[in-house]
Design a protein around this ligand. Structure first.
Ligand code: WTA
Length: 649
């Protein structure tokens, strides 16, 4: 045990030396307690060290590594004819300017800044500028609704919001500024004092007398240009504040344990959890996993298709690659626009060497066959990666055989918002692969599989996946509720970090994730809780009771199937189904909209009144073998539920 601790400290200590610390850490590399029954849970990494994330990923690369002229990002817009590039030096310059803007707006170390933006270079600039001044960014995925944005802004009291006029994803037009304004109006008092708006679609202010368009009739104006609502007291244009900003900006020296960002993830009790990550450990871990898992080489062109609004976009599109001085592609669009070859076209356009995407995208593209892939050479590709949900062997094999021409190993990386970086993953040319398995733990990760009663299972086994020791980028708290942090991850099995995933270990010691074991589901790689969706539906006047369960989906992995009981006097109609789906879209966002909604005169409940979701899952799948139903209060409800099933794909 002692030897393990020395190795651990030596391993990470050596890596830490590659980065810049204004003052080094004193004492242990890592201090922690995972056992709730002994004391409060805590994790501290490199205490005493001071540093700055932005300095490490930009200034260090430009000044020490002489990478100033290297391309940091190739930006590929929604349409193939929109593209741009930015070097490390230019990125540093933009970030310094925007960091000065933040300071001029009164943003100081520790302040919270909300970012609600499309996949554009300004998004990266905004994040890194926050990191430079020691502010904590809270990025909200631009596909989320006004309600979801408002909830996140309020939860962590953001005083500044950065957004854009609007954007296209495929042929879908998203009026981002309008949604932003709706969010700010939702709950009366809101903490946002200023809103900085990027002019991405050349929008003009509504009612702007200086705009030449205001002379045109409204219908004509709308099709010419986007007009956005504007509040002179709150809103400022990005380009206007940037014009006046200076290029020199001293970074704020922060403690290694100061927060870097908060990112919300679904929690099984409904309300999203603000996962807080800190600077030092997160820097080391994302940089190191990126380097080894993708066998990073300086000549690489790396492309991670994830949106920055999710953890993958934070760790493996922004911080990990930049910490290594890598060149990445930042893509605004979708895999099917203008056609289903877009991914492969981009790979050939930039000669991408390492490509990281999600099983849902692979399954979606697989449906169109091999021809759209084979139209492009993809010769530059060396390594392929996947993340977000279990990848079924069929999709794995297609990815390997067709996309990678059987030349490129597939890195199936298992991790979570909470873990900050890869936990179970192969290493290229090191780990023999098995389709569907995330294989083995990364350096210094110690997994275990526990039985229902909390015993560690050895050898071939199936049970709860937990981690026994901390790694540098483990989350530090759930923002605003330490109690929720402890109860979500450390209570069920004291002494372990509990992932919430089920897992099998085979005879070779390989890990296979079997899916969530709580009331969570994974739609297209995005975690959602059934409780969150249920509470959105419950807000509809006609609904008396609702239960949502996960249902398998050939492309999305999982989809939502809901059972609703209506209040007296309401009728179950197609319009109502549409209204309920829209209600979820509005409260959470389009990704959460249920695929199926059926009427339930009554829900199956235990005698103590608990809804038996296990039975509902079987009914949704039309599986008549329901197993033991003896705890059910009234068996007669089942027949009606089967009768009213909705046909599923
Ligand atoms: C699931 C995404 C199987 C898992 C990085 C986890 C996976 C949840 C994999 C976290 C994988 C992620 N194989 N399952 N390679 N990667 N998951 O927080 O259920 O959005 O707990 O982080 O996605 O989702 P999150």
């Amino acid at each position: 045990m002692f030897l393990l601790l020395i190795l651990y400290t030596e391993f990470w200590g050596k890596i830490a030396k590659e980065f810049y610390w204004k003052t080094p850490y004193t004492g242990n590399f890592m201090d922690y307690n995972f056992d709730l029954t002994r004391a409060k849970i805590y994790i501290r990494c490199m205490q005493g060290a001071t540093t700055n994330m932005c300095y490490n990923v930009l200034d260090r690369n430009v000044n020490e590594k002489k990478l100033g002229d290297k391309i940091a990002f190739y930006w590929e817009g929604n349409k193939p004819e929109d593209y741009a590039r930015i070097t490390y030096k230019e990125l540093l310059q933009q970030v310094c300017k925007f960091a000065n803007v933040l300071r001029a707006q009164g943003i100081k170390k520790g302040d919270h800044v909300a970012i609600y933006m499309p996949m554009i270079i300004e998004l990266i600039v905004a994040m890194l500028a926050c990191a430079r001044v020691g502010a904590v960014h809270s990025i909200v995925f631009a596909g989320f609704s006004a309600e979801a944005l408002s909830e996140r802004i309020l939860d962590c009291s953001c005083s500044l919001l950065i957004t854009a006029d609007g954007f296209y994803r495929g042929d879908k037009f998203i009026k981002l500024k309008e949604i932003t304004d709706e969010a700010l109006k939702l709950h009366g008092e809101n903490p946002v004092k200023k809103c900085i708006v990027v002019k991405h679609l050349k929008a003009t202010k509504e009612n702007d007398k200086t705009s030449t368009q205001s002379n045109l009739p409204p219908a004509k104006r709308a099709c010419l240009k986007l007009q956005i609502p504007w509040n002179e007291e709150v809103d400022v244009w990005w380009h206007e504040v940037m014009k006046e900003a200076g290029e020199e900006c001293e970074p704020e020296w922060c403690s290694a344990e100061d927060p870097l960002f908060i990112l919300y993830t679904s929690g099984s009790t409904g309300k999203p959890k603000g996962v807080k990550h800190t600077i030092g450990g997160y820097l080391l871990y994302t940089a190191t996993t990126f380097k080894y898992v993708f066998d990073y080489q300086p000549s690489d062109v790396y492309w991670c298709t994830a949106d920055v609004g999710w953890i993958t976009g934070h760790s493996y599109l922004t911080y990990g690659p930049l910490a290594n001085g890598a060149t990445s592609v930042l893509f605004e669009g979708v895999p099917t626009y203008p056609d289903v070859s877009r991914f492969w076209e981009i790979i050939d356009k930039y000669l991408v060497t390492k490509f990281y995407t999600a099983p849902t995208a692979i399954r979606l593209l697989m449906k169109y066959g091999d021809e759209p892939v084979k139209r492009f050479s993809r010769k530059s590709l060396k390594i392929l990666g996947t993340v977000g949900e279990p990848i079924n062997p069929e999709a794995w094999l297609w990815y390997y055989n067709v996309v990678g021409d059987r030349r490129c190993p597939i890195m199936d990386t298992y991790w979570q918002t909470e873990t900050g970086g890869h936990m179970l993953t192969p290493l290229p040319a090191v780990t023999p692969l098995k389709p569907g398995s995330a294989t083995l733990p990364f350096f210094s990760v110690v997994p275990a599989i526990l039985s229902e009663s909390g015993e560690e299972l050895e050898g071939e086994a199936e049970g709860y996946l937990v981690f026994k020791k901390p790694w540098p980028s483990i989350m530090r708290e759930v923002y605003g509720s330490y109690e929720r942090f402890e109860s979500s991850y450390f209570k069920r099995f004291p002494g372990y970090f509990v992932t919430g995933d089920g897992c099998k270990r085979d005879k070779d010691g390989y890990y296979w994730i079997t899916g969530r074991i709580d009331d969570m589901l994974n739609i297209s790689g995005h975690l959602l809780s059934t409780a969150e969706v249920e509470s959105a539906i419950m807000e509809h006047l006609a609904v008396a009771e609702v239960a949502a369960v996960s249902h398998p989906h050939p492309v999305k992995g999982e989809s939502l199937y809901c059972f609703v009981t209506l209040k007296d006097g309401h009728e179950f109609t197609d319009e109502l189904v549409t209204e309920l789906k829209n209600q979820v879209r509005k409260k959470i966002g389009p990704i959460a909209a249920p695929d199926y909604i059926q009427i339930a005169a009554q829900l199956p409940k235990t005698r103590s009144g608990k809804i038996m979701r296990r039975l509902l899952r079987k009914i949704a799948r039309n599986e008549r073998d329901l197993g033991n139903t003896s705890t059910l209060a009234d068996e007669s409800v089942l027949e009606a539920l089967f009768k009213n099933r909705v046909e599923t794909i």
